[in-house]
Design a protein around this ligand. Structure first.
Ligand SMILES: [Zn+2]
Length: 346
């Protein structure tokens, strides 16, 4: 059974309100309770996340990784209990990068932060940098070389620029990793938006030089003008790793029910990315005034409490038994989560 972990919410004191509940302290401004579709999306993400986490916890236990196991548990309990009051909904977020609930919030935050800056760039370019796919054993060192190699390139040009030569490279980048279940290989790659074409060209040629033709060939890299900044930005910001992988990469017209979740591969990717900066900017800072305002915690005394129930794929009112949003897991997704989580060693 799911027990209420101590960190889900904070009890303020032992006073109780008229319905016999304790007062509860919540953070943030909450979300709009009237947006039912958004709530259903949240229920869907919560359901996927919780099922995935149980599988990942098993793997972490098998492989003796208590730290990772602990973070998987935190994500398992992400928004386990929700509180509603005055048309707003409050919950506690785990903030782990592999949590689909937290990712969608973080995505929105990053877009709001970066869009106003990127909008001012006259000719932004989209760049994808990658290398030859590798096996699970080599993935951690590939990821390390991605992060530190890229840093070395931007650092080198920053110093040159300071000496009055060359160009300051400016942009944002995010690291992503795909898994190919047919070949059982991993393909880490950077999605980058640069301020201009020249920056993209410099990065591209430095990248090819860093990895040498044996690992990185020009045709595998992609460089193009950004046509639609907003969707380009969204592409960059959806960080982390893809949770769903199609079983046959060649089959373009895949049916939804064919999707597979390769849980061991996902654990390999998450382990390799642990402690690494997945999303980063280079060559510029965000304005200081932005996003420093903290919303004070609020005390609720008259509220409803809801606890997530996996069998209902929804949050249930702990007093009335009522469902929060009436979400129903679509049959294809249910089938994927029940039958298509592939735990075999890859
Ligand atoms: Zn979370």
């Amino acid at each position: 059974m799911i027990s209420k972990a101590g960190n889900i919410y904070t009890l303020v004191d032992s006073r109780t309100n008229k319905s016999g509940q304790n007062n509860v302290m919540v953070n943030g401004e909450g979300s709009d309770l009237s947006k039912v579709d958004a709530l259903k999306g949240r229920a869907k993400r919560k359901t996927i996340t919780q099922i995935m986490m149980l599988k990942l916890i098993e793997i972490a236990q098998e492989e003796g990784e208590p730290e990772l196991e602990k973070s998987y548990w935190n994500t398992y309990y992400c928004q386990q209990n929700l509180f509603t009051a005055d048309g707003r909904l409050y919950g506690k977020y785990c903030k782990n990068r592999f949590c689909t609930l937290c990712c969608s919030i973080r995505k929105a935050e990053l877009i709001n932060k970066y869009y106003p800056i990127l909008k001012q760039w006259k000719e932004p370019y989209f760049l994808t940098l990658t290398v030859k796919s590798c096996n699970a054993y080599n993935l951690p060192r590939y990821i390390k070389k991605f992060i530190f190699g890229f840093q070395r390139i931007t650092e080198k040009h920053r110093k040159r620029f300071q000496r009055g030569k060359g160009k300051r490279l400016m942009g944002i980048r995010s690291l992503e990793c795909n898994f190919n279940p047919v070949k059982k290989t991993y393909n880490p790659h950077f999605h980058i938006i640069t301020k201009d074409k020249e920056t993209a060209q410099v990065l591209l040629s430095e990248w090819l030089e860093l990895w040498t033709p044996r690992f990185a060939k020009r045709p595998a890299q992609n460089m193009q003008r950004v046509d639609d900044l907003e969707s380009g930005l969204i592409e960059i910001i959806k960080y982390g790793s893809k949770i769903f992988t199609e079983p046959d990469l060649k089959k373009r017209s895949n049916k939804k029910g064919n999707a597979q979740i390769y849980i061991k591969a996902l654990n390999t990717i998450l382990t390799g990315m642990k402690g690494k900066r997945i999303f980063d900017r280079f060559g510029f800072n965000l304005p200081k005034s932005l996003n420093t305002e903290e919303i004070p915690a609020k005390l609720l005394s008259d509220y409803n409490e809801w606890e997530y129930d996996i069998a209902s794929a929804d949050w249930i009112n702990i007093l009335t038994g009522e469902k929060l949003c009436g979400y129903e897991l679509p049959p294809y997704l249910n089938a994927v989560l029940e039958n298509n989580i592939n735990s075999s060693l890859v």
